[in-house]
Ligand binder design. Structure first.
Ligand code: ADP
Ligand code: MG
Length: 287
């Protein structure tokens, strides 16, 4: 207990957290595949215009969480979702998933462009939606390619086939295609997973360029990358959020030893079900 009753660093940080506006939020989010729980009641806020990185060992549920934010997980047979996900306070789990996915775009680990020109790829979603006046196409095309930090590389070859580009360039075109429909949130699942270091650097540049305009949630197994690109960091383990907060604070002064160990590159072996030294308060338990 703090004898002076002034807030300690953690309380002060929590207070600061509560002032942040969160465009998206999960509460007590549970996901099971064929009856096996893999997310055990996750409470996670996504601050508006911020980059939130999710890190944790393979199999801890990062992809599942990401795919639940835009309702892709329900396309997996046997997958059941419970709890709450909101966007701007609206219930995501009961709205039209097509409308939700317009607001919450996704970039996958491997680029998935169509065998069409760069221009057609970037404007694909915009045209499919059919709500944007044609006069805006050029502006959206250039603006998205600039934010994806690939405009200079492709501006003279917009009508060439996108599949002729390198893997790193294709991934940035995928980002541009996602940005072009002006989503509120972009989800990225290990977007640099298949890229060389130079392309990874460009991709990180593009994440920093879109910061502020769009909310980014990125899953990465690359801890230094999470440190470079994110404002907020969530450490997941066995379907629980062990700790979430300001990225710098988690690296410099984490509340949990397990977070420190994981971020330092150590192996974490904790049992979140039985280890009560892990603060799972605020994490709703699956019913
Ligand atoms: N389609 C699926 N069917 C059954 N189990 C799955 C499926 N996808 C993932 N899982 C399981 O859910 C858990 C979390 O997986 P995942 O979300 O992919 O973790 P991460 O992205 O952190 O590696 C793992 O135990 C994995 O085996
Ligand atoms: Mg994954």
């Amino acid at each position: 207990m703090n004898p002076t009753m002034t807030p300690g660093p953690v309380a002060a940080a929590n207070h600061k957290e509560s002032l942040v506006n969160n465009v998206m939020e999960t509460r007590g989010l549970r996901v099971a595949y064929s009856g096996r729980d893999v997310l055990h009641g996750v409470d996670l806020p996504f601050g508006t215009g911020l980059v939130t990185a999710m890190v944790g060992p393979s199999g801890c549920g990062k992809t599942t969480l990401l795919r639940t934010l835009n309702r892709l997980s329900e396309l997996t047979p046997g997958c059941k979702v419970g709890g709450q996900v909101t966007i701007d306070g609206e219930d995501c789990l009961h709205m039209d998933p097509v409308l939700l996915r317009r607001r919450v775009g996704m970039v996958f680990q491997r680029p998935n462009l169509f065998p069409m020109s760069i221009r057609e790829n970037v404007l694909y979603g915009v045209k499919a939606q059919g709500t944007t006046p044609k006069e805006r196409y050029e502006e959206l095309l250039e603006g998205s390619l600039r934010k994806a930090v690939i405009w200079e590389e492709v501006k003279d070859r917009l009508d060439e086939c996108a599949l002729a580009l390198s893997g790193g360039q294709q991934q940035r075109i995928c980002i541009a295609r996602t940005l072009a429909v002006e989503p509120e949130v972009i989800l990225m699942d290990e977007p640099a997973g298949s890229l060389d270091p130079r392309s990874t650097g460009k991709l990180e540049e593009s994440i920093l360029a879109m910061r502020g305009d769009v909310t980014v949630v990125i899953v990465t197994h690359d801890v230094p990358q999470a440190r470079r690109v994110s404002d907020r960091l969530a450490f997941m383990y066995h379907g629980h959020i062990v700790e979430v907060g300001d990225t710098r604070q988690l690296f410099e002064n984490p509340a949990q030893d397990a977070t420190r160990e994981y971020l330092a590159g150590g192996l974490v072996t904790i049992n979140t079900e039985t280890d009560d030294s892990i603060d799972l308060s605020g994490v709703a338990v699956a019913e």
